[in-house]
Design a binder for this molecule. Structure first.
Ligand code: IPD
Length: 271
């Protein structure tokens, strides 16, 4: 059936790769000119807009009854109960600077497109610069370039490499930096890679042990968080509930609980 997660995952991948090709072809050609969104550091290039338009065109052709929620162009409604959640370039600042960690993220969710309520069916994160592609289909599994991903070992927190990210609001970034400063002595190290979608997939791969961020948008995590859960990990809020915009933790279950305890002692709830 066309709504089968595996069928949707194939579509997610096809669309993400096609948009990714456009993004790759335009790398270095976006003139370095970026408009700003929520704050002076929150940038959008013309290529973000083009990539999302391309994704929306492909979705409208293949799945005309589905809704779409995209980072740049907002929501368009549908009648099928399914919503495509799009990040046309996750890691826009890396893209702008020519740092290769940026991705096209495409997911399909049933019901509410809010992370606290959604039911993700399929997703794909396509890292444009090196072509690495993670896909996931609900109940079927997760793959990196066709290799199935499984549960990861759980190192103790003190030996864990933890990914995180920062929002674009200046005051909030200051508080996020303080949390990182407080937790740094208790972990192996911290990485701020600059694309939450890629961070989540690196956790599924075991190249980061766990990840947390306060303030992620649905499009940053829709595909990547399904890759983690289908690979046997968890994506939760600080209290072990469903991930929320306010706080997303991801990784192997035991390590995520340890990380949550540490984050509480670092005052992460007040960010
Ligand atoms: C951002 C990246 C970044 C994360 C921010 C996101 P964008 O997405 O994923 O790693 O820390 O919270 O907004 O703006 O590059 O699509």
């Amino acid at each position: 059936p066309p709504e089968h997660p595996r069928v949707l995952a194939r579509l997610c991948e096809e669309f993400a790769r096609t948009a990714g090709e456009h993004v790759r072809n335009r790398a270095g050609d976006h003139g370095g000119v970026a408009a700003t969104k929520s704050s002076a550091v929150d940038v959008v290039t013309a290529v973000d807009t083009e990539s999302e338009a391309l994704l929306r065109e492909m979705i409208a052709r293949a799945r005309p009854d589905d809704a779409v929620l995209g980072e740049e162009a907002g929501t368009s409604t549908g009648t099928s109960g399914l919503t495509w959640v799009l990040d046309p370039i996750d890691g826009t600042v890396n893209y702008l600077y020519g740092i290769p960690s940026y991705a096209v993220s495409v997911a399909v969710v049933a019901g509410d497109p809010d992370p606290a309520a959604w039911n993700q069916l399929a997703g794909c994160v396509h890292a444009v610069a090196d072509g690495t592609t993670w896909t996931a289909a609900r109940g079927e599994g997760a793959w990196r370039d066709g290799t199935r991903l499984g549960p990861r070992p759980e190192p103790p927190l003190a030996e864990s490499l933890i990914g995180t990210g920062f929002g674009y609001d200046a005051a909030k970034r200051g508080r996020q930096g303080q949390v990182v400063a407080r937790m740094l002595p208790s972990v192996r190290d911290i990485r701020r890679i600059g694309s939450a979608a890629i961070d989540l997939c690196l956790v599924a791969d075991g190249r980061l042990d766990a990840f947390f961020e306060n303030g992620l948008n649905p499009w940053d995590m829709a595909a990547g968080s399904l890759v983690i859960t289908e690979a046997g990990g968890v994506v939760e809020d600080l209290d072990g509930g469903r991930p929320r915009r306010e706080m997303t933790l991801a990784g192997p279950a035991g390590l995520v609980r340890e990380l949550a305890d540490l984050l509480r002692t670092c005052d992460a709830e007040s960010v």
